[in-house]
Structures are given as C-alpha cells and as structure tokens.
Design a protein around this ligand. Structure first.
Ligand SMILES: [Zn+2]
Length: 244
C-alpha cells in the first residue's frame, strides 16, 4: 500500500499495478500546494497526486484527510480539493483532467477506503449485512455550488449503531462522548470545528484561520519569551507540527 503518492511517476503507477498495490491519497496539497508549486513547478503540482491516472491504471485508490498531523479532519475540505483542484487559498493547481467528479470523490472517501483495507463487503456503501455508519448532512453534496462543498457539516452522525454527533433538529440525540484524543489536538482547545451557518467560516476558511491563529500566537509567544514574559517552550497542547 502506498500513501500520498504526490510525486509518483507513470512508470511507478505501472509497477504498483503489477505488484497488486493500492494508493491512499491525502489532503495535504490544499494546504501546501502553493509552496509545492513554487518549489517544483506548476507541471509537477498539477500531477500531485495524479488521481485520474491512478484510476485509469485500475488501481484501488482511497482518499483521506491526513488529519491530525498535516490537515484538518474535515473531509469536505478534501472533497472540495479533489473536485475543484484548488487549494484553500484559491490557487488552481490541478487541471480538469486530474480532477474527479463529485461521485468519484465520494467513492474514494467511502468504498475506496474499504477496498484498500479489504473491507468492501462490510463498509463503504449502505446495504444489507453492512455497517450502518452514516451522516445526515446540512446540505446536498451533489447540489451545492462547488465553492460551498467545504461548508457542508454533519447534522447527525451514526457510527457503530450509536449517535455520536447531533446538531440542528437532531440536537440532544447524541450520547456523551469520551474526551477528545489526542488531548493536544486543536479541537480539544478550540471547541470543535467551530461550526457556523453559511456563509460561514467553516471548512477551508477555518483551516486558514487556524493556521493564522497558530502563527500569530506563536509569534506573540516568541516576542514574550524574548522579553522574559513567557516560557521558552511552546504551549504543550500544540503538537510541534502546528508550531510554525
Ligand atoms: Zn500524511
């Protein structure tokens, strides 16, 4: 199994296919795509990763968020990137030929993951004798303008037969969950994914704001540390990868 595969070549795709391998693409480029393009060029960024080429080779392809190390866990930011080819800053890196339809993007996130782990008989689609993990969404993913995909939120999330999240008309139906893990995760300190109704600062904009807030607070901490007002070490709840 191969992960990310942002720099995989056409020859490598053939080798992976010959080995019977599969690829899991991750939602890194929406955040780091502009820096990647500056370093390696627009041509390389357009194929980072070459999702439609992977599918043409018949490879099992799954998609993930890369949370919580690189990206937000919000799948809608990732689906927006797969469909539009744009970063959270609005730069279009992926040409039309390397984007996928909304149906394909959703399949990469559901059945694609189940195929990669050999669980396609049980997960990935709703049906008899399959897991009934599902979410009721705030908006129709197939109908909203593409720019609104990152704003979609769950109103009801059912996992393993339990209601683990409920909002809006379902509010109060969810059970009390254990504390957020890992405890240093921003979600544990910022109160969830800061849900708000559209036009909201959800999704991609939230990711921007989080990065700005982390950068601003880290600069402020360094300024204070240099003057003896704050400890030298960054706050313990921030994983080192969040300290810019
Ligand atoms: Zn990763």
């Amino acid at each position: 199994m191969f992960d990310h595969a942002e720099t995989v070549s056409a020859g490598n795709l053939e080798r992976i296919a010959a080995l019977g391998g599969g690829i899991s693409v991750q939602n890194r480029m929406p955040f780091q795509g502009t820096a990647f393009a500056q370093r390696y060029g627009a041509e390389a960024a357009a194929l980072a990763p070459p999702v439609t080429d992977m599918l043409r080779h018949g490879l099992p392809v799954a998609a993930g968020t890369d949370a919580t190390r690189v990206s937000s866990y919000n799948p809608w930011v990732a689906l927006h990137w797969l469909v539009t080819g744009r970063t959270v800053g609005g730069a279009t890196l992926r040409p039309a030929g390397q984007r996928v339809s909304r149906e394909q993007a959703l399949e990469l996130y559901t059945l694609g993951g189940a195929r990669l782990t050999g669980e396609e008989e049980h997960k990935g689609v709703l049906g008899e004798d399959r897991f009934a993990d599902f979410a009721v969404l705030s908006h129709d993913y197939f109908a909203v303008p593409a720019d609104d995909i990152p704003h979609i939120e769950s109103l009801l999330t059912v996992a393993g037969g339990r209601i683990v999240y409920a909002a809006g008309e379902y509010e109060g139906l969810d059970e009390t969950l254990p504390p957020v893990s890992p405890e240093w995760g921003p979600v544990a300190h910022l109160g969830g994914y800061q849900a708000s109704p559209p036009p909201s600062v959800a999704g991609a904009r939230q990711a921007d704001l989080l990065a700005e807030a982390v950068a601003a607070s880290e600069q402020h901490r360094r300024w204070r540390a240099a003057r003896g007002f704050a400890p030298e070490e960054p706050p313990a709840f921030l994983d080192p990868c969040f300290v810019l």
